[in-house]
Design a protein around this ligand. Sequence first.
Ligand code: C5P
Length: 221
Amino acid sequence: KKIIIALDGYSSCGKSTTAKRVAAQLGYAFIDTGAMYRAVSLYFHEHHISLTNPKEIEKALSEIHISFQFNEHRGASDVYLNGLNVEGEIRKMYISQMVSEVSAITIVRKAMVAQQQKMGKSRGVVMDGRDIGTKVFPDAEVKVFMTADPVIRAERRQLELLQKGEMIDLEEILENLKKRDIIDSTREEGPLVQAEDAILMDTSFMTLEEQVDFVIQLHDA
Ligand code: C5P
Protein backbone atom coordinates (compact mmCIF):
# COMPACT_ATOMS: atom_id res chain seq x y z
CA LYS A 1 0.00 0.00 0.00
CA LYS A 2 1.40 3.38 -1.03
CA ILE A 3 -0.69 6.39 -0.28
CA ILE A 4 -0.44 10.08 0.50
CA ILE A 5 -0.76 11.24 4.08
CA ALA A 6 -1.47 14.96 4.37
CA LEU A 7 -0.78 16.60 7.72
CA ASP A 8 -2.08 20.15 7.79
CA GLY A 9 -2.45 22.73 10.49
CA TYR A 10 -0.92 25.67 12.29
CA SER A 11 2.74 26.05 13.27
CA SER A 12 4.23 24.10 16.16
CA CYS A 13 1.37 21.65 16.58
CA GLY A 14 3.85 18.83 16.11
CA LYS A 15 3.26 18.31 12.40
CA SER A 16 6.84 17.79 11.27
CA THR A 17 7.87 15.67 14.23
CA THR A 18 4.83 13.44 13.75
CA ALA A 19 5.29 13.31 9.98
CA LYS A 20 8.94 12.34 10.30
CA ARG A 21 8.15 9.44 12.65
CA VAL A 22 5.20 8.21 10.62
CA ALA A 23 7.29 8.26 7.43
CA ALA A 24 10.13 6.34 9.09
CA GLN A 25 7.72 3.73 10.44
CA LEU A 26 6.02 3.21 7.07
CA GLY A 27 9.15 3.54 4.95
CA TYR A 28 7.57 6.55 3.26
CA ALA A 29 9.23 9.77 2.11
CA PHE A 30 8.69 12.79 4.32
CA ILE A 31 8.25 16.19 2.74
CA ASP A 32 8.33 19.21 5.03
CA THR A 33 6.69 21.89 2.90
CA GLY A 34 7.29 24.56 5.56
CA ALA A 35 11.02 24.02 4.98
CA MET A 36 10.48 24.85 1.30
CA TYR A 37 8.85 28.21 2.12
CA ARG A 38 11.60 28.83 4.66
CA ALA A 39 14.28 28.16 2.01
CA VAL A 40 12.57 30.59 -0.36
CA SER A 41 12.51 33.15 2.47
CA LEU A 42 16.22 32.68 3.06
CA TYR A 43 16.94 33.26 -0.61
CA PHE A 44 14.77 36.40 -0.63
CA HIS A 45 16.58 37.63 2.48
CA GLU A 46 20.05 36.98 1.08
CA HIS A 47 19.26 38.60 -2.26
CA HIS A 48 17.29 41.51 -0.83
CA ILE A 49 14.21 40.64 -2.85
CA SER A 50 11.39 43.11 -2.42
CA LEU A 51 8.22 41.29 -1.36
CA THR A 52 6.13 43.84 -3.22
CA ASN A 53 7.90 43.51 -6.57
CA PRO A 54 6.35 40.62 -8.58
CA LYS A 55 8.98 40.84 -11.35
CA GLU A 56 11.81 40.49 -8.87
CA ILE A 57 10.04 37.64 -7.12
CA GLU A 58 9.38 35.81 -10.36
CA LYS A 59 13.02 36.08 -11.40
CA ALA A 60 14.15 34.91 -7.96
CA LEU A 61 11.79 31.91 -8.10
CA SER A 62 13.31 30.86 -11.41
CA GLU A 63 16.72 30.84 -9.75
CA ILE A 64 15.69 28.84 -6.70
CA HIS A 65 16.19 25.10 -6.62
CA ILE A 66 15.01 23.25 -3.53
CA SER A 67 15.72 19.62 -2.75
CA PHE A 68 15.77 17.23 0.19
CA GLN A 69 18.54 14.83 1.09
CA PHE A 70 18.47 12.22 3.80
CA ASN A 71 20.90 12.92 6.63
CA GLU A 72 22.01 9.59 8.14
CA HIS A 73 23.31 11.30 11.25
CA ARG A 74 19.99 13.02 12.03
CA GLY A 75 17.82 10.25 10.69
CA ALA A 76 15.83 12.87 8.77
CA SER A 77 15.97 14.86 5.56
CA ASP A 78 17.82 18.15 5.30
CA VAL A 79 16.63 20.85 2.95
CA TYR A 80 19.02 22.18 0.30
CA LEU A 81 18.82 25.56 -1.40
CA ASN A 82 20.69 25.61 -4.71
CA GLY A 83 22.85 22.73 -3.56
CA LEU A 84 23.64 24.17 -0.13
CA ASN A 85 22.43 22.57 3.10
CA VAL A 86 20.32 25.26 4.79
CA GLU A 87 18.56 23.06 7.35
CA GLY A 88 20.09 24.93 10.30
CA GLU A 89 19.70 28.43 8.96
CA ILE A 90 16.03 28.23 7.96
CA ARG A 91 14.87 27.34 11.49
CA LYS A 92 16.19 30.60 12.93
CA MET A 93 13.88 33.24 14.30
CA TYR A 94 14.56 35.86 11.60
CA ILE A 95 13.26 33.41 8.99
CA SER A 96 10.19 32.58 11.11
CA GLN A 97 9.52 36.29 11.18
CA MET A 98 9.33 36.62 7.41
CA VAL A 99 8.19 33.20 6.17
CA SER A 100 4.42 33.66 6.49
CA GLU A 101 4.54 36.85 4.50
CA VAL A 102 6.63 35.15 1.81
CA SER A 103 4.38 32.10 1.70
CA ALA A 104 1.27 34.26 1.29
CA ILE A 105 2.54 35.55 -2.07
CA THR A 106 0.45 33.90 -4.78
CA ILE A 107 3.27 33.19 -7.27
CA VAL A 108 5.43 31.75 -4.50
CA ARG A 109 2.63 29.35 -3.52
CA LYS A 110 2.01 28.39 -7.15
CA ALA A 111 5.66 27.49 -7.66
CA MET A 112 5.95 25.51 -4.41
CA VAL A 113 2.63 23.68 -4.85
CA ALA A 114 3.70 22.56 -8.34
CA GLN A 115 6.96 21.23 -6.90
CA GLN A 116 5.18 19.48 -4.04
CA GLN A 117 2.82 17.77 -6.47
CA LYS A 118 5.81 16.52 -8.45
CA MET A 119 7.56 15.26 -5.30
CA GLY A 120 4.48 13.29 -4.18
CA LYS A 121 3.58 11.86 -7.55
CA SER A 122 4.84 8.37 -6.81
CA ARG A 123 2.83 8.40 -3.55
CA GLY A 124 4.15 6.70 -0.42
CA VAL A 125 4.71 10.12 1.14
CA VAL A 126 3.89 11.99 4.29
CA MET A 127 3.59 15.69 3.50
CA ASP A 128 3.13 18.28 6.20
CA GLY A 129 2.30 21.96 5.99
CA ARG A 130 -0.69 24.02 4.91
CA ASP A 131 -3.16 23.33 2.09
CA ILE A 132 -1.80 19.83 1.47
CA GLY A 133 -5.18 18.11 1.88
CA THR A 134 -7.08 20.90 0.13
CA LYS A 135 -4.90 22.17 -2.73
CA VAL A 136 -1.71 20.15 -3.16
CA PHE A 137 -3.27 16.67 -2.89
CA PRO A 138 -7.06 16.98 -2.58
CA ASP A 139 -7.11 13.23 -3.33
CA ALA A 140 -4.81 12.28 -0.42
CA GLU A 141 -6.09 9.08 1.18
CA VAL A 142 -5.36 10.20 4.75
CA LYS A 143 -5.87 13.80 5.85
CA VAL A 144 -5.25 15.06 9.35
CA PHE A 145 -5.69 18.64 10.51
CA MET A 146 -3.60 19.37 13.60
CA THR A 147 -4.26 22.03 16.21
CA ALA A 148 -3.05 22.73 19.74
CA ASP A 149 -3.37 25.35 22.42
CA PRO A 150 -1.26 28.42 21.43
CA VAL A 151 0.64 28.55 24.73
CA ILE A 152 1.54 24.87 24.46
CA ARG A 153 2.64 25.44 20.86
CA ALA A 154 4.85 28.36 21.97
CA GLU A 155 6.41 26.27 24.72
CA ARG A 156 7.21 23.50 22.25
CA ARG A 157 8.75 25.96 19.79
CA GLN A 158 10.80 27.52 22.58
CA LEU A 159 12.23 24.16 23.59
CA GLU A 160 13.03 23.37 19.97
CA LEU A 161 14.88 26.67 19.51
CA LEU A 162 16.69 26.21 22.82
CA GLN A 163 17.94 22.81 21.69
CA LYS A 164 19.45 24.61 18.70
CA GLY A 165 21.06 27.24 20.91
CA GLU A 166 18.61 30.09 20.33
CA MET A 167 17.12 31.46 23.55
CA ILE A 168 13.91 33.36 22.83
CA ASP A 169 11.30 34.81 25.18
CA LEU A 170 8.04 32.84 25.36
CA GLU A 171 6.11 36.07 24.77
CA GLU A 172 8.04 36.76 21.56
CA ILE A 173 7.40 33.25 20.26
CA LEU A 174 3.71 33.47 21.15
CA GLU A 175 3.46 36.79 19.31
CA ASN A 176 5.19 35.28 16.26
CA LEU A 177 2.89 32.24 16.25
CA LYS A 178 -0.22 34.40 16.54
CA LYS A 179 0.95 36.69 13.77
CA ARG A 180 1.65 33.70 11.52
CA ASP A 181 -1.78 32.20 12.30
CA ILE A 182 -3.40 35.47 11.25
CA ILE A 183 -1.40 35.71 8.02
CA ASP A 184 -2.14 32.05 7.23
CA SER A 185 -5.86 32.52 7.78
CA THR A 186 -6.20 35.76 5.83
CA ARG A 187 -4.19 34.98 2.70
CA GLU A 188 -5.40 36.67 -0.46
CA GLU A 189 -5.72 33.55 -2.57
CA GLY A 190 -7.55 31.55 0.06
CA PRO A 191 -6.98 31.06 3.77
CA LEU A 192 -5.75 27.93 5.51
CA VAL A 193 -8.80 25.74 6.12
CA GLN A 194 -9.40 22.19 7.23
CA ALA A 195 -10.33 19.89 4.35
CA GLU A 196 -13.89 18.61 4.64
CA ASP A 197 -12.68 15.04 4.82
CA ALA A 198 -9.77 15.74 7.20
CA ILE A 199 -9.75 14.39 10.73
CA LEU A 200 -9.06 16.90 13.48
CA MET A 201 -6.29 16.05 15.93
CA ASP A 202 -5.76 18.36 18.89
CA THR A 203 -2.26 17.59 20.12
CA SER A 204 -2.34 19.80 23.25
CA PHE A 205 -2.34 16.85 25.59
CA MET A 206 -1.07 14.10 23.31
CA THR A 207 2.37 12.54 23.44
CA LEU A 208 4.38 12.15 20.26
CA GLU A 209 3.76 8.40 20.38
CA GLU A 210 0.01 8.95 20.55
CA GLN A 211 0.12 11.31 17.60
CA VAL A 212 2.14 8.85 15.53
CA ASP A 213 -0.17 5.94 16.44
CA PHE A 214 -3.22 7.99 15.53
CA VAL A 215 -1.92 8.63 12.01
CA ILE A 216 -0.62 5.08 11.53
CA GLN A 217 -4.04 3.71 12.48
CA LEU A 218 -5.69 5.92 9.86
CA HIS A 219 -3.14 4.69 7.32
CA ASP A 220 -3.75 1.04 8.14
CA ALA A 221 -7.54 1.32 8.29
O1 C5P B 1 5.74 24.63 9.41
P1 C5P B 1 6.64 25.82 9.47
O2 C5P B 1 6.50 26.63 10.72
O3 C5P B 1 8.06 25.51 9.16
O4 C5P B 1 6.12 26.74 8.27
C1 C5P B 1 6.60 28.04 8.12
C2 C5P B 1 5.53 28.94 7.51
O5 C5P B 1 5.36 28.66 6.13
C3 C5P B 1 4.16 28.82 8.12
O6 C5P B 1 3.97 29.71 9.20
C4 C5P B 1 3.22 29.17 6.97
O7 C5P B 1 2.98 30.56 6.96
C5 C5P B 1 4.01 28.80 5.74
N1 C5P B 1 3.60 27.56 5.08
C6 C5P B 1 2.65 27.64 4.09
N2 C5P B 1 2.30 26.52 3.39
C7 C5P B 1 2.86 25.33 3.66
C8 C5P B 1 3.83 25.22 4.69
C9 C5P B 1 4.17 26.36 5.39
O8 C5P B 1 2.13 28.71 3.85
N3 C5P B 1 2.49 24.26 2.94
